[in-house]
Design a protein around this ligand. Structure first.
Ligand code: F6R
Length: 368
């Protein structure tokens, strides 16, 4: 049932182009974004004035990624919060607040309790979920299903990419309801999202250097991940994958914070993975990342640079260069996450660990 792949995780990484296409299919009818279940009126969507995304783990990272696009498209403030924190504070919620609860399983205890808390306060809840008929969508006002198919590997891969895509769809639906985007603009964004399936397919063909790198890094003690803007949550997701699968100390940082502390960690040979934005569409951020790469390399770090293909400026400072196809900036996480998944799986394999069932973890966390 692994379809010829050595592990479910390898199979699920390879299924990501399909997961994306299946998640997007049928959700735009030429004029409007369509949710799967909507027990909310259009007028209720129109008056939303604040959005929370609540989730745990990788699902939380999918919210952090989507925040940039949702705010850009809707001009609504978006807060992304861990469900376990959200439910135990007193968040400001009212009937014009939309809480987006993201969960692959639909059964995560903290996310479910966050949904219940939000509804008791009168907020509207939209579930982004991969499991039909699970508890979180049953208790929500609206549902958008990710169609990643069953995810067997404990570490989330294709469900994560599908969550990012679905969160983007939520952003487009809100933008349209609020009138911050006309349907022709929504159509263009939707097309760009759909094109990411082929971009991920292409990314998967570029993974040989990542596999080689995984074997080389198997004895490292720690790995740091740096990114900015949408690349920051990608760095967090890369670090989480490495912790779960390879039991290695890994941390993701916002690259702009480097000088505020983390740079003290840099020592000879420490692998530092840098998620670099496009030099063409994000020249300002790109040049800042480039200085970060040079700074850590000058202090002895082994630089692993994930960059757009044809980015000649970073190449001289990359001990290992991993290329990605050129895609729109806001959508880069959909391709940039892939090498980080492959890297974590490959290091775990080299160390002889059980990739599909990492120690101490459960696929669905139904207790706090
Ligand atoms: C990471 C991972 C977990 C889950 C988290 C939320 O690889 O799998 O961090 O993302 O437990 O699970 P769901 O999405 O089922 O609520």
């Amino acid at each position: 049932e692994k379809g010829g792949y050595p592990t479910f995780m390898d199979k699920e990484i390879a299924e990501q182009p399909t997961a994306l296409a299946d998640t997007l299919r049928g959700h735009f009818d030429g004029t409007a974004v369509i949710l799967d279940e909507q027990r909310l009126g259009d007028d209720e969507l129109r008056t939303i004035d604040k959005v929370f995304v609540v989730a745990c783990g990788s699902a939380y990272h999918s919210g952090l990624v989507a925040k940039y696009a949702i705010e850009h498209w809707t001009r609504l403030p978006v807060e992304v919060e861990l469900a376990s924190e959200f439910r135990y504070r007193d968040p400001v919620l009212d009937r014009d607040t939309l809480v987006v609860a993201v969960s692959q399983s639909g059964e995560t205890a903290d996310t479910l309790e966050a949904v219940r808390h939000a509804r008791r306060q009168g907020a509207k809840v939209l579930a982004v979920c991969n499991t039909n008929g699970s508890q979180i969508p049953r208790e929500s006002d609206a549902v958008l299903y990710t169609h990643a198919g069953p995810e067997i590997g404990v570490a989330s891969t294709k469900a994560f990419l599908a969550q990012v895509a679905a969160n983007y769809l939520v952003g487009l639906a809100l933008a349209q309801a609020r009138g911050t985007k006309y349907s022709d603009e929504v159509a263009r964004e939707f097309e760009a999202l759909c094109a990411m399936s082929a971009a991920v397919e292409e990314t998967l063909t570029l993974m040989e250097p990542v596999r080689e790198l995984g074997r080389e890094l198997a004895n490292s003690r720690a790995v740091l991940f740096l990114g900015r803007h949408v690349g920051y949550p990608v760095a967090l997701e890369g670090a989480l994958k490495l912790k779960e699968l390879a039991y290695m100390h890994a941390e993701g940082f916002a690259a702009g914070e480097l000088k505020h502390g983390p740079i003290a960690l840099i020592e000879q040979g420490l692998p530092v993975v840098v998620v670099t934005p496009s030099p063409k569409s994000q020249p300002v951020l790109h040049s800042k990342l480039l200085s970060n790469i040079r700074e850590v390399q000058a202090r002895g770090a082994r630089t692993i640079v994930i960059a757009e293909e044809g980015d000649d400026t970073v190449a001289p400072f990359a001990d290992t260069l991993i290329e990605l196809p050129r895609v729109p900036s806001l959508l880069q996480p959909l391709v940039a996450t892939v090498p980080l998944q492959v890297l974590a799986a490959e290091i775990a394999r080299a160390k002889g660990f059980d990739i599909d069932k990492p120690r101490n973890l459960a696929k669905s966390v139904t207790v706090e």
